[in-house]
Design a protein around this ligand. Sequence first.
Ligand code: ADP
Length: 632
Amino acid sequence: MSKQTMEFQAETKRLLDLVINSIYTNKEIFLRELISNASDAIDKLHFESLTNHDILDNNAEYEIFIVPDAESKTITISDNGIGMTRDEVITNIGTIAKSGTKAFLEQLKENGGDSTEELIGQFGVGFYSAFIVADKVTLITRKAGQDNNSAVKWESDGTGEFTIEECEKETRGTAITLHLKSEFTEGEDNFTESHNIERLVKKYSDYIRYPIKMNFEVTDKDDKDKKTIEVRTVNSMQPLWTKNKADIKPEEYNDFFKHQFHEWEEPLEVYHTKAEGTIEYTALLCIPKKAPMDLYYSNFEPGLQLYSRHVFIMDKCKDFLPDYLRFMKGLVDSPDLPLNISRELLQQSREVKKIGKALEKNILKQLAKMLSADRQKYEQFWHEYGKSFKIGIYNDAFTGQTAKDLKDLLIFQSSNEGKFSTLAEYVTRMKPDQDKIYYAAAKDAKTIEQLPQMELLKDRGIEVIYLFDPVDEFTLEALHEYDGKHFQSISREDFKLDDEEAKTAQKQIDDLAKDNEALLKDVKEALKDKVTEVKLTSQLKSGAVCLVTGAHGPSLIMEKTFEAMNNPFFKASKILEINPNHAIFNKLKEAHGTDGFNDFCDLLYCQALLIEGILPDNHVELANKIADLMTK
Ligand code: ADP
């Protein structure tokens, strides 16, 4: 049959038009698409050869060959796969059968023309992506299993028509030659340059199961003018994650993560899981030893790499893991996910959700194991990523599911020798009549240990959890309780020890407060811009004063956090508590009604602030008042 000119199907025409005219930035993906097609064609041949061995014609050496050629300004990608008959070429290449492409066009209809570039990136356009870089494409293909050299030549400039004619080809399979647009024959995007192509193959197609071969010119060691051509396989072919776990050495995992994810150090933990069931997938994940600097910044892009049948599909796929696992690195390879899935479709994919849930569950299980088996390593993990869990609980306070999942993985330092402790461990050390979990927040352990409220707790041997990170209090408030025991800040108004001794002491204080009602009212008046209340307290032993906040609303640390976030409206309601058993209380009474009363009250308040580690706004004034007092 002689050469025939045919028209593309209307939909194809439209797609080609878009591809050709798009100013798509990620031009290089054409190579991934064509290599992936070549690999599929070999897969198909291999599958058929299982029942029809003759089809191989004694050549089972599968390969994909890439020949970039600067002289002819072309790049040719060939495979010795199944090939196509004339009819197959017309239907496969001339029409759009692929669901991804149909979805692409539908999306395009909805979104209008502006999003073409983005959509091409998401869907991939298979064979047609050749026209991103080529102004003419020639495809020569010979169906496997024929006993003569007859083949088909298809050619098109992508503008609406293609020609098809008979030709000869010595070997089975398909060779696709891209006649490159001039901008792709020089500079950064020079696709006629072997090393550039080698780099792209490694980047996108390293794990293709068949060898991707290229010719490389080698200079003779002894004779610099003598050049020979060497054929080299560019891809590594076997993805590490497809190997048997038992056959992989720890160094191999380490090297893999360093190479694949540009890590400097070996990972803290590696999780390699394979699942075969309703959904088949392999996941290779790691916890990097160090958290990246920008982990908690909005421009940090979490996510896993996604592969389908070892072909790289997408980087930074966020839909597998919850945000609190944003630090995990790794990949998921699943044959149940289509090659050209878009980010939008991925988000809705049931498969992705199922895989993600299973991965999340497994990671938490492994971490729980580490917590009980290797505390030192867990503490190292916690130092890097504990904040992520705490933020996760706070952000999910509404459903509380994250709190349920993570509450047993939280660890805090406490007054129990400053050691890290889980909440469950804290509970085992609670006093028989203790019904609350006590915590204190400050910038460091020393500040907490010197809080005046700590004294009575220490005397009674009651343990207090130390919170140093501003997010900690938010987290405990989101948690509400652990094992039926509520969290109680020792710096809030409602903090009361409730054993008999404390109750008796409180009774005395209540009586004293009544007797000194006028005094307390005047102290409050003197500090009216600073505190909401002034009280006598039974919770202090040798300390003179302390500052607590209302039972609800922001704490002092929360107020500072809000201020740092430029949100100065969330103020803590501050309550000044005075120890009536301290000598200073008598001095206060003496000062009552004198000129120095206001200064005396202010000094009391400033002391309380300093104890909390907070510098009073009027620190110069404070210093002057102290000087005055000392010279009196
Ligand atoms: P997809 O590969 O996603 O189906 P393409 O547009 O890339 O979509 O290719 C369309 C069809 O053309 C393929 O399904 C396949 O049947 C055929 N095809 C493409 N490349 C080759 C090849 N190298 N060898 C054999 N058939 C091919």
